[in-house]
Design a protein around this ligand. Structure first.
Ligand SMILES: [Zn+2]
Length: 70
């Protein structure tokens, strides 16, 4: 159990550092709309959503969410 906990902390630290140049967004790959991670729609979207950077989402032609602004 301790090892899993440690890994989760490590991932939590490593992922934002790797994407430090661009904020993390939740991208709906079906509708190609990206959300701020705190957006209510990001919470509700579990099936077609992936976490990526804002830059990458825009490069894939995604549009910002109208509710949270991306
Ligand atoms: Zn949103």
């Amino acid at each position: 159990m301790k090892k899993i906990f440690f890994l989760l902390i490590l991932l939590g630290i490593a992922l934002p550092v790797l994407a430090a140049d661009s904020p993390i967004v939740v991208l709906n790959v079906k509708r190609m709309i990206y959300h701020s991670p705190s957006c209510q729609w990001a919470y509700r979207c579990t099936k077609n959503c992936i976490k990526t950077t804002k830059q990458e989402a825009i490069e894939h032609g995604a549009r910002p969410c109208k509710v949270c602004g991306g």
